[in-house]
Design a protein around this ligand. Structure first.
Ligand SMILES: Cc1cc2nc3c(=O)[nH]c(=O)nc-3n(C[C@H](O)[C@H](O)[C@H](O)COP(=O)(O)OP(=O)(O)OC[C@H]3O[C@@H](n4cnc5c(N)ncnc54)[C@H](O)[C@@H]3O)c2cc1C
Length: 387
């Protein structure tokens, strides 16, 4: 008969995506003990299968402080993780397909001017000259030279590995099925194998975070959706920028090997764990791709895929303290855009665990925006401190 293994730690984390893993790394760098439980492999969900866009341009202004913090972390990947994860500051170009789209890019540049994104508006004439490979519908656009792209299959697991090297205890293939709180300490159970006790719990369970939140009487309106992705066979290299379109739709980037990675549309969510691409969405993506980049006319898709991502109605994450339980902090619902800000969200969660507050503004991401705050369930859980 197996006996359950019991561990005590400063901070327990549920979920080893880029958010949970970077929180684990930041906590170890602060000197706190941390145990992370991941039911699959770290970085195997949204964080490892996403498009790989590392962009600040186009984010709501309320996300820009977090995005700027993340930008600095991305610049230090080799030092932090021991790999660059194929991260390059290739530039992110947002295409305008009408004068009104161009006007909205101009407005965004003015509104975001405090954040030093270095946005540069490019006219139709200059675009024709500089990017002869672009289809005819572009009337101009906005370039963020220092935004870029990375390989999510490398970057996200690397955060977990770096955290482990720094001393975090990471348990993969450990599904958290029960979380209890006795007023002072969380008990996080994975079957009959492991129980982790900690005064602080970080809920970084991605699209599944609502299950953890509901155990503490919280019901954020989190919904799963699956963005559709495709990659072509390698074609001669012609594009360094990562491309997006104002108003949404297709986005694409070309990797060093020549393949074009494309995204757009939504697939089918089969159940809580499985998502599939939708045939119609792939057909639409293929047509949009050829319209945007005529060089792709004869290119084949060699793979299509999706991934399960948690969305909130206002497309902003929940990042901050629980409204019911002291010591519980949430970081989920990144709504299709958490890869770039994930490492900063992890640092913020580590600060919340240690100090109870964040040095980056996160008010816009409070869970209270969905439900008014009741009286706390427990009032005496201290923030974690290093042993
Ligand atoms: C196809 C696609 C394309 C995207 N493109 C981009 C992009 O280009 N740029 C960008 O910025 N963002 C993009 N995103 C969004 C980005 O990938 C996510 O917002 C980000 O990865 C979320 O990270 P996370 O750690 O919160 O979630 P996840 O990576 O989903 O990690 C959560 C983890 O929690 C684990 N877990 C859940 N429940 C439990 C449990 N009970 N016990 C133990 N473990 C549990 C899961 O197995 C999972 O590994 C995209 C997302 C998708 C799906």
């Amino acid at each position: 008969m197996s006996t359950i293994r019991r561990l005590q730690t400063d901070v327990a984390i549920v979920g080893g995506g880029i958010v949970g893993s970077s929180a684990a790394l930041a906590l170890r760098r602060m000197g706190l003990d941390v145990v992370l439980l991941e039911r699959d492999l770290c970085g195997s969900r949204s964080s490892g299968v996403n498009f790989g866009g590392v962009r600040r341009q186009g984010r709501p202004l309320s996300q820009l402080p977090l995005a700027q913090r993340a930008h600095a972390i991305w610049g230090r990947l080799p030092e932090l993780l021991g790999t660059d994860g194929e991260y390059i500051r290739s530039g992110h170009f947002k295409i305008a397909r009408s004068e009104s789209d161009m006007a909205s890019l101009e407005r965004y540049r003015a509104l975001s001017s405090d954040f030093d994104l270095g946005l540069e508006l490019i006219s139709a004439a200059r675009l024709r000259e500089q990017c002869p490979w672009l289809g005819t519908r572009a009337v101009g656009g906005s370039l963020c030279v220092e935004d870029g792209q990375a390989n999510p299959r490398l970057v996200s697991p690397a955060f977990a590995l770096a955290a482990q090297r720094a001393g975090a205890q990471i348990f993969e293939r450990h599904h958290v099925d029960e979380v209890a709180h006795d007023g002072a300490v969380f008990m996080v159970r994975s079957g009959n194998e492991l129980e982790v006790q900690a005064p602080v719990l970080l809920n970084c369970a991605g699209a599944w975070a609502g299950t953890i939140a509901s155990q503490f009487g919280e019901a954020p309106p989190l919904r799963s959706r699956s963005p559709v992705m495709a990659v072509t066979e390698p074609v001669p290299h012609f594009m360094t920028w990562s491309l997006g379109v104002e108003g949404g739709g297709i986005y694409c980037r070309q990797v060093a090997r020549g393949n074009l990675v494309l995204g757009g549309g939504t697939g089918i969510t089969l159940d809580a764990d499985r998502a599939r691409v939708d045939r119609d969405a792939i057909a639409t993506l293929a047509m949009q791709a050829v319209e945007l980049l005529p060089a792709l006319r004869h290119a084949h898709f060699i793979r299509t895929w999706g991934g399960t991502e948690g969305y909130l109605p206002d497309r902003q994450p929940v990042l901050g303290p629980s409204r019911t339980t002291r010591g519980l902090f949430h970081g989920f619902g990144f709504s299709g855009a958490g890869f770039q800000i994930g490492p900063a969200a992890g640092e913020v969660l580590a600060e919340l665990a240690r100090d109870g507050r964040s040095s980056t503004p996160i008010e816009a991401f409070a869970i209270e925006r969905f439900e008014p705050a009741p009286a706390p369930v427990s009032a005496s859980v201290p923030a974690a401190h290093p042993h």
